[in-house]
Design a protein around this ligand. Structure first.
Ligand code: FAD
Length: 489
């Protein structure tokens, strides 16, 4: 039989479940990626993710040509509505089956349903595979047969269930001649950003290597320092975390490979590897929450609090809230750690996990603004944006989520700053106007003696904002705001 391998968020040839299976079961195989207009059209014309995908496709195409052993092999890249383009291409190529890796985001499931219907109309089959996580959907259930909604028991069940087979690689073993030459009308190169209607971003300056090569380099560099992960991971000034979230998002690494590298080290007592494996398990956890409770998410889900009682919380609205939101988004709240973090997000498309927690908490619990607005802002700016992890993270910070931070626990942005950026190294990196100020004043410039501010060239309200909110007063308002939750219960 002949097949069509449709790449989506799995932009690699090695250890790719659907590709490996397609290569095993087909006599002739074509490969395709679709730049989906439904996703691309609403984006701003400069978007690091589009550039990352585009550059990753160049590497994937190269790799597929090597595997095909013909210069006419490689990837067909289309730009259009995937739900129409895939059935049309499958028909044109005369294949019997389309292969893909599963994506459990509500919009992706709806798209795949349309594709399957389109294919069925022409008698073409569809086979999809788990590739994006180690466990998914209902692989792990509680004794009562329900999905897990608390992390620790989920993690314990994950560790008890995982077998070598769950982590085994899916090698791309191409028999001679299986990867087919592309039909002449599809023999064009991967489109440029310009062809797609986008402009280049600062991704190359940021040194974020794209594609499977970038992912492999990040993985090797991280594994060499994995022992330090447990102790250092909460300090944003250090290069302690892996930076692999973008690769996990677009599949330029295999999550099985990551787990294969970490699991034995963790089993042998490595604290760094064990903590990191826990983070990969958090990722699986939120993916299964999204798959089993799609109501938590936009756009097809209802976008509700995981805990329904929390939908009764009333958020700040109106022009003042809009201005506070803008100050948060633009990094001018007057709280240096929050502002440095929001600046990092804007400039690089990345934010350290500790700072995602701090800035999310600040928006929701210091400014009283609906977590969904923050979630949307992150979704627009994060290079590693992932619906399941982002929704999970925001609902955690807002206390509306499963296994979330309790509502009465409120991060103090100054204490967080003192604890996790004690010398102010991270703050200085992103807020040059404050560079002349030393810790401890740097964590709360409005408390600094006027002479110290003057010596550092800082005029509050001019060179750097005064705090837009008083934390203690905000904390009291938040406790009141959430009191409704207690009433509902
Ligand atoms: P590492 O510390 O090296 O962790 C390894 C991997 O584990 C990460 O790449 C990621 O895939 C996974 N991981 C780590 N922490 C979490 C977590 N809390 N939840 C789920 N998976 C996790 N992560 C995203 O990938 N995309 C998002 O859109 C996203 N939005 C977030 C929003 C908020 C408000 C919060 C609090 C967290 C969010 N996270 C998100 C989780 C986490 O912050 C990032 O995964 C992490 O900072 C990425 O950096 P890293 O790859 O160096 O992580």
């Amino acid at each position: 039989p002949s097949g069509l391998m449709w790449f989506r968020r799995d932009l690699r040839a090695h250890d790719n479940a659907a590709l490996a299976q397609a290569l095993r079961s087909c006599e002739r195989l074509h490969c395709v990626f679709v730049f989906d207009r439904a996703i691309l059209d609403p984006l701003p014309r400069q978007d690091r993710r589009v550039e990352f995908i585009r550059d990753s496709l160049v590497q994937l195409d190269e790799r597929l040509r090597e595997l095909a052993a013909t210069p006419d092999g490689g990837l067909v890249v289309l730009h259009g509505d995937a739900a129409e383009a895939i059935p049309r291409l499958a028909q044109e190529l005369g294949v019997q089956c389309v292969f893909a890796n599963r994506d459990d985001e509500p919009a992706a499931l709806a798209r795949d349903e349309r594709v399957r219907t389109g294919l069925a109309g022409s008698g073409i089959g569809w086979r999809d595979f788990k590739d994006h996580s180690i466990f998914a959907r209902q692989d792990l259930l509680t004794r009562a047969g329900a999905p897990y909604t608390v992390f620790t028991p989920y993690r314990n069940a994950w560790l008890a269930k995982v077998q070598a087979a769950d982590l085994a690689p899916h090698p791309a073993a191409a028999r001679a001649g299986v990867l087919a030459a592309r039909p002449p009308r599809h023999r064009h190169a991967v489109p440029t950003l310009q062809d797609l209607g986008f402009r280049p971003t600062n991704l190359p300056e940021l040194g974020v290597g794209c594609g499977w090569r970038g992912g492999a380099a990040r993985l090797d560099a991280f594994v060499a320092r994995i022992d330090r992960y447990h102790a250092d991971r909460d300090f944003p000034a250090l290069e302690a975390t892996s930076g692999l979230s973008v690769d996990l998002r677009f599949g330029t690494v295999s999550v099985r490979e990551l787990a294969r590298r970490a699991y034995p080290v963790a089993q042998a007592g490595g604290a760094g590897a064990a903590s990191w494996l826990d983070e990969l398990i958090w990722r699986d956890f939120y993916l299964q929450i999204l798959a089993n409770f799609p109501r938590v998410a936009p756009p097809s889900g209802e976008h509700r609090s995981f805990k329904p009682a929390y939908d009764a919380v009333e958020w700040e609205q109106g022009p003042q809230a809009d201005e506070a939101f803008a100050a948060w988004a633009e990094g001018r709240t007057g709280y240096p750690l929050v502002d440095a973090a929001m600046t990092q997000l804007r400039r690089t498309g990345f934010m350290h996990n500790r700072l995602r927690m701090v800035t999310a908490s600040f928006l929701v619990k210091d400014l009283g603004i609906d977590w969904r607005r923050g979630e949307r802002h992150f979704a627009e700016h994060l290079l590693d944006y992932d619906l399941a992890a982002n929704n999970g993270g925001w609902q955690w910070a807002a206390s509306t989520g499963c296994d979330a931070q309790p509502w009465f626990r409120i991060f103090n942005p100054v204490t967080q700053s003192r604890r996790f950026d004690a010398q102010g190294e991270f703050i200085r990196r992103y807020l040059p106007p404050l560079a002349g100020l030393a810790a401890p004043a740097l964590h709360a410039p409005w408390t600094a003696p006027p002479l110290e501010l003057a010596a550092a060239g800082i005029t509050l309200g001019e060179t750097y904002p005064r705090p837009i909110v008083d934390h203690e007063a905000a904390r009291a308002r938040t406790l009141q705001r959430y009191a409704v939750v207690r009433a509902v219960r």
